[in-house]
Design a protein around this ligand. Structure first.
Ligand code: FAD
Length: 423
């Protein structure tokens, strides 16, 4: 079988790529190993994700859907005493911020909606598992897949998009550079859903709530419909293991102990979904583009789930990838040793910016709250929305970088103090 573009993975990244390619008259084949609809974590969207959905022609579907409307994120501090609020805001043509909203999505339904759109625009969808790239790191020419009936199918392509999420297909096959640990790789997330939680009222009802306990110990609360809320905690793996509890016991106890504001909302609620976990979710793949291939979204990097950027990055990078593929197929970049190098730089820039945002929060939540609320409110709102590809760093981003640099300095000084006191 031959196609212009073969896409490994039918998550938001893979399916967005396919829709945009087909809309541009480029043939694509999506290979997905799981049977849809399937459960997936990643339910809260950023403000800018709405723009990509509009581009896909899905605005009406989203607007008339039952998806809860998210107006922002409230982050509760230790003991639930203080909180800060980050509204979802867009910019008008003059650059002025105005309040807007985005959605919380149940991923089984959201990904199915994207798949339906793919089928409508002409994508070839194949149920099967990608097992081996055709070619090697010097040039990828397609992929071998095992179909559901166990037969092997070779798909030749001009470009392969790896959108396999945490499966990191090309990295595991040694095509890309090394997969290295991210800053937050010693974490485990444990999550489920519950019914009957206490919700805020009015426009606050369906917002994302984040609850902080200690550094790297936090929880989320994301409404999925009028009754159901996605809840989860992320903690150091060492702490989880030390508790010697089942995942469900751990989650239920944490919901009551982590933060009084969370306990209040989840008291006497029953978990209605299987309790699942993901460990070591923070990583980065080096050199994730090359002749005949590129990776998007989680297939090359995932930082930390705290501020819900995963789906946004996968969809936004799909947009960038399709532009880069168009240029390649039109011959504009086809003679370059790596036709997708600019795409890679752009993706890194956006993810590096969000790394700065997340590091800033973990390094100093109080100072972060001050920046987000007072000192650089507009700039931080922009980052939360996903406006992260600007040429010039904003004042707010510079302030975050300073915060992070001073955290690195004091960690270094503390280390020296500990070493000299030992000596
Ligand atoms: P995925 O959605 O993971 O899709 C990849 C697909 O590829 C899967 O369907 C998989 O079955 C398929 N696949 C894998 N390997 C193969 C193969 N060899 N052959 C064929 N198919 C294959 N993001 C948010 O935006 N909001 C949130 O609130 C949020 N919360 C999160 C909470 C946690 C604890 C974690 C860990 C992540 C969270 N994320 C969140 C991140 C989000 O889940 C991901 O970033 C997002 O799903 C990535 O989309 P993707 O298309 O890149 O990959």
């Amino acid at each position: 079988m031959k196609t212009d573009v073969v896409i490994i993975g039918g998550g938001p990244g893979g399916l967005t790529s396919s829709i945009l390619l087909e809309q541009a008259g480029i043939k694509s084949v999506v290979v997905e190993k799981e049977k849809f609809p399937r459960y997936h974590i990643g339910e809260s969207l950023t403000g800018e994700a709405g723009k990509t959905l509009r581009l896909l022609g899905l605005e009406d579907k989203m607007q008339f859907s039952e998806y809860p409307i998210k107006y922002g994120v409230r982050v509760y501090g230790k003991e639930g005493k203080n909180s800060f609020w980050v509204p979802v805001m867009a910019r008008d043509p003059e650059g002025k911020l105005f309040p807007t909203s985005t959605w919380q999505v149940r991923r089984s339904e959201f990904d199915q909606m994207l798949l339906d759109k793919c089928l409508e625009v002409g994508t070839t969808f194949i149920q099967g598992e990608a097992i081996k790239p055709i070619g090697d790191s010097s040039e990828v020419k397609g992929v071998s897949i095992r179909q559901n009936d166990d037969t092997i199918l070779n798909i030749e392509s001009s470009v392969l998009i790896d959108a396999s999420g945490q499966g990191t297909f090309l990295a595991n096959k040694g095509v890309t550079g090394k997969k290295i640990r991210g800053k937050y790789d010693k974490q485990v997330a444990i999550f489920s859903q519950l019914k009957g939680a206490l919700r805020d009222s009015g426009n606050e009802k369906d917002n994302t709530l984040i609850f902080y306990r200690d550094q790297f110990h936090w929880a989320w609360f994301i409404p999925l419909d009028d009754e159901t809320v996605s809840v989860g905690v992320s903690v150091p793996t060492e702490y989880f293991l030390s508790r010697k509890e089942s995942k469900q016991e751990f989650l239920q106890r944490e919901l009551q102990e982590l933060n009084p504001q969370l306990a209040l909302r989840t008291k006497d609620c029953e978990l209605t979904e299987e309790t699942r976990s993901i460990t070591a979710y923070s990583y980065e793949v080096e050199n994730f583009t090359g002749k005949g291939y590129l990776c998007i979204g989680d297939a090359h990097r995932f930082i930390d789930p705290i501020f819900s950027f995963g789906v946004y990055f996968s969809m936004k990078e799909a947009e960038f990838a399709v532009e880069a593929i168009k240029d390649f197929l039109q011959g504009k970049t086809s003679t370059q040793s790596n036709p997708f190098a600019d795409y890679e730089n752009l993706c890194q820039k956006g993810m590096d910016t969000i790394q700065d945002l997340i590091d800033g929060f973990w390094n100093n939540p109080l100072a972060f709250g001050y920046l987000a609320h007072f000192r650089h409110r507009e700039d931080i709102i922009n980052l939360f929305a996903g406006r992260v590809y600007d040429e010039t760093p904003s004042q707010g981003l510079m302030a975050l970088r300073q915060l992070n640099a001073s955290a690195v300095r004091s960690a270094r000084e503390n280390k020296v103090l500990v070493q000299s006191s030992k000596a």
